[in-house]
Design a protein around this ligand. Structure first.
Ligand SMILES: C[S@@+](CC[C@H](N)C(=O)[O-])C[C@H]1O[C@@H](n2cnc3c(N)ncnc32)[C@H](O)[C@@H]1O
Length: 275
């Protein structure tokens, strides 16, 4: 007998607890993400678009399709990642970055390791410009994510005006162009700033990351929370190996690495240096 998810009457396509468990397993294997039990409705609402687009008849059929068509894995991942972000999210980190840049000569590279739709790496680029007083610096900013859709959005650097509402007027004027005509209501990051950021698709689970050394600063915020503790420890170890002794690691607000004092030491609120 099929084990139906409780509110299945509401579902246009058949969706069972077994499907949910399978989705969790596949997603975890591909990305390291652990979905909580409470995410069953979210999974349905996100996968249903693919089921419709492919004219399939159930979530189970879609999962068979994913298994048989390797190219669908990317759509599966894109559908299930959570990409919430904003310009200057956790603003205090950008002040820490500016201070770090002012106090540390010779910074070569900053890696933003789960950059989503680009607001975070562009906030990093703005902070670099503000700290060094110019766009053409020798600092390379690498922004990466596993999700190919968000990387496309990030490269375009086009956002709804409301996304920059909280920025001060001079920042808006210096770093964004307002759209006109059919682009009214949107802003675009100025080309000088776009050129400072190189976008790359990187799955943090991959055994090799295509990033040159040295990496002086790593922003890896609000992605470790999706991984289990063992994986967090393994990733943190690998990332910290990229940093010099005086490097800076910036974590998200709910990522507390006090368990990992053998890897990092806190230098401020959710900011760390190699231990
Ligand atoms: C909640 S967003 C955080 C965005 C940004 N760092 C911030 O704090 O505003 C999490 C991002 O991590 C990405 N992600 C999830 N698993 C990943 C993995 N295994 N490798 C790389 N990126 C991953 C998702 O695609 C998503 O864009």
């Amino acid at each position: 007998m099929l084990n139906l998810i409780k509110d299945d009457d509401k579902h246009e396509f058949l969706y069972t607890n077994e499907d949910f468990e399978k989705v969790r397993g596949i997603l975890n294997k591909l990305t390291g993400i652990n979905l909580a039990d409470s995410k069953d409705a979210m999974v349905y609402s996100r996968l249903v678009r693919r089921v419709r687009a492919l004219k399939l008849s159930s979530i189970a059929e879609y999962l068979k399709y994913v298994a048989a068509n390797a190219h669908e894995e990317q759509n599966f991942i894109n559908a299930l990642t959570t990409n919430l972000t904003s310009f200057f999210r956790e603003e205090h980190h950008f002040k820490v970055l500016k201070d770090y840049l002012n106090d540390t000569p010779g910074v070569k590279r900053i890696w933003c390791a789960a950059s989503s739709t680009g607001e975070e790496p562009y906030s990093i680029a703005i902070s670099v410009v503000e700290a060094l007083g110019r766009f053409d610096t020798n600092i390379e900013i690498i922004a990466s994510d596993i999700d190919s859709n968000v990387l496309e959005t990030a490269k375009q650097g086009v956002y709804h005006e409301s996304r920059i509402q909280s920025l001060n007027l001079s920042m808006k004027k210096q770093f964004f162009h307002r759209g006109t005509g059919s682009n009214k209501g949107f802003v675009r990051v100025v080309p000088e700033l776009r050129r400072m950021v190189k976008f790359r698709q990187i799955n943090l689970l991959d055994s090799k990351w295509p990033i040159d050394l040295p990496v002086n600063v790593i922003f890896c915020r609000n992605v470790m929370i999706y991984f289990n503790r063992e994986m967090q420890e393994a990733l943190l170890t690998r990332m910290v190996r990229l940093l010099p002794k005086d490097g800076l690691y910036v974590a998200g607000h709910s990522e507390n690495f006090s368990y990992f004092s053998h890897i990092v030491s806190a230098v401020g609120k959710t900011t760390y240096k190699p231990a």
